[in-house]
Design a binder for this molecule. Structure first.
Ligand SMILES: *Cc1c(COP(=O)(O)O)cnc(C)c1O
Length: 396
């Protein structure tokens, strides 16, 4: 393409996709580990800038780099780096911001493995202190700051309970104290929310979810200012080695061509399903940021351009056998973890909770076993609603 900048949908189709001399419309995959040079001088000069020169595929690879350019454009970022998984992106980004003995402020209910990394692994290995805040008011963050605070680790909306944080206000507090901010933006995707434009330093995605969207890839992304991504590339990405395979990057490129079309459809389907669930007598409460009735809807609208399709609801029944009947009777919703793919999925957090607690213990601790999480896929919404309706009617 020329230097004119196009609408993002056009960029996701064409950016960096110049045709080959043989006319192939899809770029070939550079499935190679190393690159050779004409001369001593040319390899010597490539070593001056490994960030911009393909030398060895743990560093720059042209297939991976082309996809990173599209993703950076989508995130309105100067630069972006793909990783082998969302967790490789999260752990590398956090390590790039903290030193031994630092203090990190985060919110309740962040993605569980990220929480385990911060609260278990980094506490044990690097003496990292951690404070949890509700985040309902940006002042929660201000009040939690200590002399050794170097990072606010955020997720908004949270994938577990859809808590929405005031990102601009929190970013301003962080900047005034020289504290870095990282957000896991997987729920919104860069189409519906651009945290970097609100002042957040680093944006992370589990590319395994909507950005890939076909449930056939596990990958992660960190996007931000070039200076931060370059440092991540030279240190955590190079030394921990969480590099993505060229073939997987090539599949992500395939996914990006339809990313916006898919997100528009996920949003439409999710809203139809949420409106149906909201009215069904078997349901006590629904948690979906795209509903007008959602507690933080107006804050969400202020900083987001739309809503993805993971939601949760609480069944009225507390009877675990009936909850199992509901889950087992669904025909279109596959029972499993993950989300953001073309196919609808259901998961009951009670399945994990009951590994540790009896139903009586859970009740005594006021933990509900009646919560259900669904990822609304790309099937026709009426079929999804019919499926939910028949299963819900079995447990009224
Ligand atoms: C899945 C997920 C991750 C982790 O991504 P992987 O690609 O599975 O490593 C991180 N954050 C959120 C919110 C997720 O849902």
């Amino acid at each position: 393409m020329d230097n004119k900048s196009y609408n993002i949908q056009t960029e996701l189709c064409h950016l960096g996709e110049e045709k080959n001399s043989n006319g192939a419309v899809i770029k070939p995959i550079y499935q190679n580990s190393t690159f050779t040079f004409d001369s001593w001088d040319s390899i010597d000069s490539a070593f001056e800038d490994p960030y911009n020169n393909a030398i060895y595929t743990r560093g720059k690879n042209p297939t991976v780099h082309a996809v990173e350019l599209k993703l950076a454009t989508l995130c309105k970022a100067e630069s972006a780096k793909l990783f082998t998984s969302g967790m490789a992106a999260i752990s590398s980004a956090i390590l790039s911001c903290v030193n031994y003995g630092d203090h990190v402020v985060t919110i309740n209910n962040i993605y569980a493995p990220a929480n385990n990394f911060l609260s278990g692994y980094l506490k044990e290995k690097m003496n990292i202190e951690l404070t949890y805040v509700s985040g309902n008011s940006p002042d929660d963050f201000k009040d939690a700051i200590k002399d050794n605070t170097t990072l606010f680790y955020l997720e908004s909306p949270t994938y577990a309970d859809f808590n929405v944080l005031d990102l601009r206000a929190i970013a301003n507090i962080a900047k005034s104290k020289n504290i870095k901010t990282i957000i896991d933006n997987t729920w919104s995707t860069p189409y519906f929310q651009n945290p970097l434009s609100l002042g957040i330093d680093l944006e992370i995605h589990s590319v395994s979810k909507y950005l890939s969207g076909h449930s056939d890839i596990v990958a992660g992304l960190v996007a931000g200012k070039e200076e931060l991504i370059r440092s991540l590339f030279n240190r955590e990405h190079a030394w921990l080695g969480g590099k993505i395979a060229p073939f997987e990057a090539w599949l992500i490129n395939r996914s990006l061509r339809t990313f916006i079309l898919r997100m528009e459809k996920h949003q439409e389907n999710a809203l139809q399903v949420a409106r149906f669930l909201e009215k069904h007598p078997a349901i006590e409460q629904i948690n979906y940021p795209g509903l007008r009735s959602f507690e933080r809807y107006s804050l969400a609208l202020k900083q987001m351009n739309g809503f993805s399709s993971l939601m949760s609801f609480r069944l009225r029944t507390k009877d675990i056998d009936k909850i199992k009947v509901f889950v087992n009777s669904l025909k279109l919703f596959g029972l499993g973890v993950s989300w953001g793919g073309h196919e609808s999925l259901v998961y009951a957090p009670a399945i994990s909770l009951l590994k540790e607690l009896t139903p009586e213990q859970a009740q005594a601790m006021d933990i509900s076993l009646s919560d259900i999480r669904i990822s609304v896929g790309l099937e026709h919404y009426q079929d999804l609603i019919d499926d939910l309706n028949s299963s819900l009617n079995l447990i009224i």
